[in-house]
Design a binder for this molecule. Structure first.
Ligand code: ADP
Ligand code: MG
Length: 976
């Protein structure tokens, strides 16, 4: 093993960062100027039939702006093709997922080992991060030469060698007894095309760059390296006493020898492009694009994860390795491919492949120039006096020559020296032309890089739903470092092609090494964070068993609630409603309806005719003073509203039957007689609990001498919902509300209703299931967050099931979780958020916005602004996960409740399969993007023998109340 160089300690300093201000960068005339000097005039049409041979050659190498626009479009198309599940297999631009879902945030700390496989060397690094914003990571590195022939030999030998380098490096740079750390995470920089399926799982797709080791293609290279390292760790067992001593150990044997050993684990594999991006993400600036302009060319960027269809990741972002070197392999570059490029391609080891790379990679630029010279010599436009046979020799004109010429613009002597050395005996004119050709070739390479970059910029801007994008681009490679005008050209041309984007170029120093350490560090930070997040959210995640248990408990409580003796001890009240029939479509007449107990108080007139139902309504405000004042005031206010409505609607002269939707738990003793059991939802008017609500309303009418109405029925909103849907679908025998609160009702067999006399027919039961669990039977499910939310309500200990499910509480639960996560440094970098301390500031409608898949970033930002939260992109991804967890649990619990209901109905009807419709109302159910789907999927799973259809109710409270009155009317008539 050769050891090159000494191990040395580097204290890295803040590098020079060019910040380009808008004005510097937007002036199109400057961009045109750059281009006319480097890649020819962009606007000049390429027409190869005019001018001198040299003019024609230069024109062939220059690309008009509109062609660049077209190329950018093709690049975006190919990127989409590479990301799509259907087309990625055929895509030339591979768009490989890297499983790197985060950039550094400066809190990373610890020791990180990096091993990098380079062209002819293996580099090892030990990077120490201090969690100080990564200002000055400490680095030690060593370079080892690859043994002769190893790149063509057996794969095992290569990986053994790499492992030996690691072992030796550690033996020399750290001492086993002074280091307190037993665990060393390792990042592996492996610059070949791999299909990654995890951060630490990567199958080699193909070797390149002269490597061709046997038995590696198709294998997981992380596993190969880990195995080789593990083998080094127990040299005695393997009989290979090489390497750095016995203080290594493998992961598998970690229990057997706890002390005096060190565990090296390959945590991440990455490509050099990704390393470039990650290094530039230090010092507090996010860098989301990495570009390598070197022998080859490649680019990576942070894409929206849901667009990377080749992975299951849907939240957040993932770095995608574009492998754009292959762009054009399907012909997309044909119109830009010159005869010179053609010749270079044909002479390469892989003709037809990596066509973009062959136009821009420094491995090829000298060759392109050589072919231009060959063509011009043949046309007798250059080197007329000399023997130019030397130009036939591959590689005689190097990138080094090219750079010396373009970087010495004023010095003809330099050109002359180089051409003389090649024996070409150039004239002064030849030298001038040589300069022009070199500038054209290298300028074109920069321009094409810019075009690819512009494609990525525009794609990022669009998919992030932004009007403009500001982004940092980490760049590395020979073309960038050795050709000073590269940056200028890339910035100005990409600005012309993607004017909506503002890119800032950051020079990556030692991208692959430091970047790999960063990736490894970020991976560990995320793994630790993931564990902590899972710990916080675990109690909110319900298993199928949990749900089956909830279903069984609900069933138990339902039976208790229906039994005469057991009813008082049941948490689910199972209140009889005296509604015995659902509509059959023959109902008619004009009715008044009241809706009290929802978000708004409304008065309605409902006209039911054979042709259908028409309604008119008015919303009235109930001031908080009245909600929480005396009962008399409340009901007087209601009558005032009714009088106002009837006056406006010209209905004062008639005596209309009135259905009263009253969405509070009542003990009904008849259709028009109902004792209020308790107020909920913020109402607390005195003197009402225990009273007949219908009588309170009639008394108020009497006080106000209002004779235009007759209260016929008191209706719970669940019943109204069921009735309203039942008018359109006779199978609708269940009503469900998931709005501010939650509740359900269903048609029960009279013989099961122990609390009402009679065994014939059915009666609608208002379950009042919001109170499920108030007797403690759900205590095992309540989390710390539920506890805190409950304690801050006006009815602690009450409506416990409702508090897990409905709109009034979900936002609060989320808020409590966010507070705890902030406290645990999992969110907002642990910075306290005063605004988040305010009760009800996190509205349930935010859950809907945040959970809307990937498309609502702008709205999410608006929410974060409203909450005065300084959330990073990752914070919002985590917030989304919290919202999803809370709303999923709500939907699942609701499904478990419903499963108990439908299964009970199926049983009591004695059928194998029950087909039933649920009428549903409530804004949470209607507007949340996943609630209804989650509810339905869970219900199908828990009650597979029931075929349940969900029907959205339109204005159940109004229409339903009138229908209850009408059905009662119909049933009474039928009895006579
Ligand atoms: P109610 O149940 O009082 O009759 P709604 O059915 O309209 O009224 O439900 C109102 C509740 O719905 C609000 O308390 C709020 O929590 C919730 N909500 C409002 N907008 C949304 C939304 N976009 N997504 C989810 N929930 C919402
Ligand atoms: Mg409602």
């Amino acid at each position: 093993m050769t050891v090159m160089g000494q191990s040395l300690l580097l204290h890295d300093r803040r590098g020079s960062v060019k910040v380009l201000h808008k004005d510097d960068n937007m002036d199109p005339s400057m961009a045109m100027d750059i281009d006319s000097r480097s890649a020819g005039n962009l606007n000049q049409r390429r027409d190869s039939s005019h001018g001198t041979p040299i003019q024609r050659a230069l024109r062939t190498l220059s690309i008009p702006l509109e062609r660049l626009h077209v190329m950018k479009g093709h690049m975006i198309e190919d990127m989409c093709k590479g990301l799509s599940r259907q087309t990625h297999a055929q895509a030339k631009v591979r768009m490989l997922p890297t499983y790197i879902c985060s950039t550094p945030n400066g809190t990373e700390k610890g020791n990180f080992l990096v091993v990098e496989l380079c062209q002819s060397q293996v580099r090892t690094l030990l990077v120490t991060l201090y969690g100080d914003g990564n200002l000055s990571p400490q680095m030690m590195y060593k370079i080892y030469d690859l043994p002769e022939g190893i790149t063509q030999g057996e794969g095992e030998a290569l990986f053994d060698f790499i492992a030996q380098c690691v072992t030796q490096f550690l033996a020399e740079t750290t001492s086993p007894d002074t280091s307190s750390e037993q665990y060393l995470p390792l990042g592996f920089v492996f610059p070949f095309t791999c299909q990654q399926t995890q951060l630490n799982k990567a199958e080699l797709l193909s070797w390149s760059k002269g490597f061709n080791c046997s038995g590696v293609v198709g294998k997981d290279v992380v596993e190969l390296l880990q195995a080789a390292i593990d083998k080094q760790a127990r040299p005695d067992k393997e009989g290979e006493a090489s390497g750095g001593g016995g203080w290594f150990k493998s992961r598998k044997s970690s229990q057997s020898a706890p002390s005096q050993s060190r565990q090296v684990e390959v945590v991440a594999l990455l490509n050099d492009t990704v390393g470039t991006m990650m290094t530039c993400s230090m010092e507090g600036r996010a860098c989301e694009i990495g570009m390598v302009a070197d022998k080859g060319s490649n680019c990576c960027f942070m894409a929206e994860a849901y667009l990377v269809e080749t992975t299951d990741e849907t939240s957040g972002r993932m770095c995608v390795n574009t492998e754009w070197g292959c762009f054009g392999d399907d012909g997309a570059l044909n119109d830009l491919f010159t005869p010179y490029d053609q010749a270079v391609d044909e002479e390469s080891s892989n003709p037809g492949e990596k066509r973009f790379e062959k136009m821009v990679g420094t491995l090829y630029l000298g060759e392109i120039v050589r072919h231009v010279l060959i063509a011009l010599t043949a046309e007798k436009a250059m080197f007329t006096g000399a023997d130019a046979a030397i130009l036939k020799e591959k590689g005689v004109f190097t990138m080094q020559h090219l750079l010396e010429i373009v970087n010495n613009e004023d010095s003809i002597t330099e050109v002359k020296r180089i051409l003389d050395a090649l024996g070409l005996q150039p004239s002064e004119r030849d030298c001038g032309r040589m300069q022009q050709i070199c500038r054209a070739v290298v300028g074109r390479a920069a321009t094409l890089h810019a075009t690819g970059l512009a494609a990525i910029l525009s794609y990022m801007c669009q998919t992030r739903d932004l009007e403009s994008l500001m982004v940092n681009v980490g760049v590395e490679g020979e073309l960038f470092t050795s050709y000073p005008r590269f940056e200028e050209i890339v910035l100005s041309v990409s600005r012309l092609l993607a004017p909506e984007c503002m890119a800032t170029i950051l020079a990556s120093r030692d991208g692959s090494g430091r970047g790999a350490a960063m990736v490894t560090a970020v991976a560990l930070r995320l793994a630790a964070q993931r564990r902590a997040v899972d710990e916080v959210l675990a109690p909110l995640r319900l298993s199928r068993d949990d749900l089956v248990k909830v279903q069984a408990l609900m069933r138990e409580e339902m039976d208790k609630g229906l039994g005469k003796e057991t009813n008082p001890s049941a948490s689910v009240r199972m209140l009889p409603t005296y509604v015995t029939h659902t509509p059959d479509g023959t109902e008619k007449g004009d009715f008044l309806a009241l809706d009290l107990g929802g978000t708004n108080f409304r008065v309605l007139v409902v006209r039911i005719t054979e042709a259908g139902i028409t309604m008119a309504s008015e919303i009235y405000v109930i001031p908080v003073g009245i909600m929480q004042g005396s009962g008399e005031e409340l009901f007087d206010h209601i009558i005032d509203c009714i009088i106002d409505f009837q006056t406006k609607q010209n209905l004062v002269a008639q005596m209309l039957p009135l259905g009263f939707t009253f969405s509070f738990p009542c003990q009904q003793v008849g259709l028009d007689k109902a004792l209020l059991l308790t107020w909920t939802k913020g109402f607390s008017a005195s003197g009402c609990v225990g009273q007949d609500v219908v009588q309170l309303l009639r008394d108020a009418a009497k006080r106000k001498r209002h004779l235009g109405m007759q209260v016929v029925a008191l209706v719970n909103d669940t019943v109204g919902t069921m009735m309203a849907c039942g008018y359109d679908d006779p199978k609708c025998e269940i009503g469900l509300i998931v709005g501010t609160g939650t509740n359900a009702c269903y048609m029960e067999e009279m013989k099961n209703v122990g609390t009402v006399e009679g065994d014939q027919g059915r009666m609608c039961i208002n379950m009042e299931w919001g109170a499920f669990g108030d007797n403690g039977c759900l205590d095992h499910l309540f989390t710390h967050f539920d506890q805190v939310v409950d304690e801050t309500t006006i009815n602690p200990g009450k409506q416990r099931f409702e508090k897990l499910i409905s709109g009034m509480y979900l936002g609060e639960i989320v808020r409590q979780i966010l507070l705890v996560m902030t406290e645990k440094d999992l969110l907002f970098q642990g910075k306290p958020c005063p605004k988040l301390q305010t009760k009800d500031i996190f509205k349930t409608k935010f859950l809907s916005t945040i959970e809307l898949n990937g498309l609502a970033l702008r709205q999410i930002r608006a929410i974060l602004n409203e909450l005065e939260l300084d959330a990073s992109f990752e914070d919002s991804v985590l917030m989304k996960e919290v919202c999803q967890t809370v709303s999923l649990r709500a939907a699942q619990l609701c499904a478990a409740g419903l499963a108990a209901v439908v299964e009970k109905m199926r049983e009591s009807r004695g059928v194998d399969q029950l087909s039933v419709t649920v009428g549903v109302d409530g804004t949470l159910y209607k507007l949340h993007p996943c609630f209804s789907t989650n509810l339905q999927t869970t219900l199908k799973d828990l009650a597979p023998k029931c075929n349940v259809t969900f029907m959205l109710s339109e204005d159940g409270s109004g229409k339903g109340a009138a229908l209850v009155a009408a059905v009662a009317d119909r049933a009474a008539n039928a009895m006579e």
